[in-house]
Design a protein around this ligand. Structure first.
Ligand SMILES: Cc1cc2nc3c(=O)[nH]c(=O)nc-3n(C[C@H](O)[C@H](O)[C@H](O)COP(=O)(O)OP(=O)(O)OC[C@H]3O[C@@H](n4cnc5c(N)ncnc54)[C@H](O)[C@@H]3O)c2cc1C
Length: 515
């Protein structure tokens, strides 16, 4: 049995295996030569007060004890087995496909976008020329919104076993094993595309299929059950259809609405993305001690403003802001970073709750799609404020809070460019006021956060789905269409890469159970 020990070290000590192994051996009372292997099982940075410390939990294998073998993923050949159609090749769709293979089904993934390398070129064109392909962009294509995402791996799910399996699945497909022990695991946008492609290769290698350029435009239904899909002019039959299309696929919600498939409006969150110099965030969070041996610093902020929550969302240390819209009429920003998190900027979504009552005025005309319409109106207003070519409206943080125009803007990481805009003139008043006051609270809590060097860009609108595609809690099928399985973020059952992946797995298990 390995011996487990937790050390509290300086960042420099924690960066040197020679130093921490010697310290661990000293603490358990053996010579360091007897340590055959020291495996990190948890690492976290404690920056609550100066000096910053690193907590390192190690498993020590003494003398020649061998570590337990790593789990091996054995995906069987499912050629000729019953097919399940999965619409959408994001984390929910891909993890659903992997789990279906384990359970003996043949997944057929229909993905409207392109494979990673072609998609990479389309993403470059958005940044360079502002020209957007509605089927191939930061949200659509191989790996879904998860591919060019930041790759922070978190979940609020209590089922840690599943969470650990999801992490091991990512490692099996090429992620750095450090995600298994970091307190805040992160992959980075440079590594995610390779991992998503490796998952596709596993699916194809087992006899499954991933079809690109395959946009689903209708469900085939008979007697209250789904019997296939209409996809790019083709009719494809199947008894089970998983709908894992993400929360950016407005056309899917409209299609379901037109076909009379029940939907439910839900509360969600929207706001802006704020960007600071990373050096400033390091200075604040690491108490001015410098960042040698430490990762780019992050923050988490929350406030209650008049009973409404305002909070930081998807903070990206050492990252960049990217254009994440799916239609040329919209302006949508999001954030990502590479595995090294080494840009000069720190950005984060700062969002506020959008309640059902906030878009009640749209209910009569838009029914359960009222939240979607509300989101679209904000994204279009931001686009108009920004002008052509996906230029984002921006305002210095201090001007945003005091309602003044910014006559100049700091340099931003956002490649398409920024233009000064007064957000209070086009953003719904309740949102603007909540964000303004929320920023005020954050500035008082995090000394240095409220600075002219920071700016806000608009809009951060794709945090969670404004619509739920309701499912039966037992069978996980849609409440009124047999054989239809809404999955992941677009169905309103997940938020983030890992929770979407776990939801995809759950759906695969439900399909096997319901057979
Ligand atoms: C820039 C950015 C950074 C992010 N950073 C993080 C992060 O650090 N950590 C985190 O946990 N999450 C992050 N996210 C969010 C995360 O990517 C999503 O939560 C996750 O990808 C949702 O997975 P999903 O499979 O449910 O949907 P998606 O990933 O949205 O996948 C849906 C797929 O369905 C396809 N599709 C849509 N309509 C159709 C159709 N009609 N026919 C066929 N295919 C269709 C789309 O092309 C897409 O590939 C980020 C997102 C972005 C955009």
């Amino acid at each position: 049995m390995p011996q487990t020990i937790t050390l509290t070290l300086s960042p420099q000590q924690a960066a040197s295996p020679e130093v921490y192994v010697a310290e661990a051996a000293r603490r358990v009372g053996i010579s360091k030569d007897r340590v055959a292997l020291a495996r990190i099982v948890k690492r976290s940075v404690d920056a609550r007060k100066a000096p910053v410390k690193v907590n390192l939990t190690l498993e020590l294998y003494i003398d020649s004890e061998a570590p337990a073998p790593e789990e091996h993923f054995d995906y069987p050949d499912v050629s000729g087995h019953e097919e399940v159609i999965i619409v959408g090749g994001g984390p929910a769709g891909l993890f659903c496909a992997l789990r279906l293979i384990e359970l003996g089904y043949r997944p057929v993934v229909l993905e409207r976008g392109k494979e990673v390398s072609a998609r990479r070129r389309d993403v470059a064109v958005i940044n360079r020329n502002g020209i957007l392909d509605p089927d191939s962009n930061y949200a659509f294509g191989e790996g879904g919104a998860g591919t060019f995402s930041d790759g922070k791996l978190f979940t609020r799910s209590k089922k840690r076993g599943d969470y650990n399996k999801a992490l091991r699945t990512l490692v099996f497909h090429g992620a750095d094993p450090a995600i298994l022990y970091e307190a805040h695991p992160h992959i980075g946008t440079d590594r995610l595309p390779g991992i998503m492609t490796a998952i596709r290769h596993t699916i194809e290698g087992c006899g499954g299929e991933v079809r690109f350029g395959s946009r689903v435009e209708g469900l085939l239904m008979r007697d209250g059950a789904v019997c296939g899909v209409e996809c790019s002019g083709e009719r494809i039959a199947a008894r089970n259809v998983v709908l894992a299309t993400g929360h950016s696929a407005d056309d899917i919600y409209l299609m379901l609405y037109r076909q009379g498939v029940a939907l439910q409006a839900k509360a969600f969150a929207m706001g802006v993305r704020v960007e600071h110099p990373q050096a400033l965030i390091d200075e604040i969070q690491y108490h001015g001690a410098g960042r040698e041996y430490l990762p780019a610093a992050s923050y988490t902020l929350t406030a209650q403003v008049g009973g409404r929550g305002v909070y930081s969302f998807c903070m990206c240390p050492g990252g960049v802001i990217v254009p994440a819209m799916t239609d040329p009429s919209e302006s949508v920003v999001n954030g990502m970073s590479s595995s090294a998190r080494n840009s000069r900027w720190a950005n984060s979504g700062i969002v506020t709750e959008i309640r059902l009552s906030d878009f009640e005025h749209l209910r009569e005309e838009w029914g359960e799609l009222a939240g979607l319409k509300f989101r679209l109106e904000l994204e279009r207003a931001a686009k108009q404020a920004g002008g052509d070519a996906q230029i984002a409206p921006a305002q210095r943080l201090t001007d945003f809070v005091s309602g003044r125009v910014s006559y100049d803007l700091p340099q931003a990481s956002y490649v398409p460019g920024t233009v000064p805009s007064v957000f209070g003139e086009w953003m719904p008043t309740f949102m603007y006021e909540a964000l303004r006051e929320g920023f005020g609270v954050f500035g008082r809590r995090m000394h240095g956060f409220m600075t002219r060097e920071a700016q806000v860009l608009g809009v951060e609108s794709r945090t969670s789905s404004p619509v739920r595609i309701p499912r039966d809690p037992e069978t996980l099928m849609h409440v009124s269409v047999r054989g239809l399985y809404p999955a992941g973020e677009g169905a309103g059952y997940a938020g983030g890469i890992i929770s979407a992946a776990l939801d995809g797995e759950r759906i695969a298990e439900a399909i096997a159970r319901n057979k």
